[in-house]
Design a protein around this ligand. Structure first.
Ligand SMILES: [Zn+2]
Length: 207
């Protein structure tokens, strides 16, 4: 008879400490600004550092999900087109759920490994591993960037012929009466027609 219990004891002693620590993991908040016709994610490398994933992998994911082009710019990433903070944040959350978080123990201490051409998420904390899900039908993509009744913070980027300020979110041009170019306002969408939308001014954030 081998000393089975003794072996088990030794095995437990050799387990790394992080099994007994309880570090809560949260996805870093995205720092997003619109610059002209582009959207800049200013803390991109901070995010990939925190989730411990390859920046190129996350960038490719975001470009596919957002359906746009983009590139690295130092520690930032620049996307073509305008995207809201919420859109970028929810895409990164979806990435983390799929490529980072262990579905068994909920921890982010994982690595991606390829096994028989299948990409697996291996958990360093609990030892679980699962295949990365096959891409589903784009449920996030199906959600429109704005909706009637929705409230958004925007920067007024121009003034139309009738004197109403307007801004753009993705493909939509949104008219907001009583606003002027350059101010940041909180608006509520009243109606959407094609790619045109009309909103009411809720609050002036700055001028
Ligand atoms: Zn785990």
């Amino acid at each position: 008879m081998t000393d089975y219990a003794g072996n088990l004891d030794r095995a437990f002693e050799q387990m790394p400490d992080y099994l007994t620590t309880d570090v809560r993991f949260s996805v870093p908040g995205v720092d997003v600004i619109i610059e002209g016709k582009t959207t800049v994610l200013r803390n991109f490398l901070e995010i990939t550092d925190t989730i411990n994933r390859d920046p190129t992998h996350l960038l490719k994911y975001l470009l596919r999900e957002l359906g746009t082009a983009g590139k690295f710019d130092g520690t930032r990433v620049i996307f073509q087109g305008k995207f809201t903070t919420e859109t970028i944040q929810s895409q990164i959350q979806a990435y983390v759920d799929e490529f980072v978080i262990c579905s068994e123990c909920g921890r982010p201490d994982t690595t991606l490994v390829r096994s028989d051409r299948v990409l697996m998420l291996k958990c360093d904390a609990c030892g679980a591993h699962r295949p990365i899900r096959k891409r589903k039908v784009r449920e996030v993509q199906a959600k429109e960037p704005i909706e009637e009744g929705g409230v958004y913070d925007v920067k007024i980027t121009g003034v139309g012929r009738k004197g109403d300020g307007f801004t753009q979110i993705d493909k939509y041009t949104i008219y907001v009466p009583k606003t002027i170019k350059g101010e940041i306002v909180s608006i509520k969408i009243k109606s959407i027609s094609g790619t045109l939308a009309f909103a009411e001014l809720l609050e002036r954030k700055s001028e």
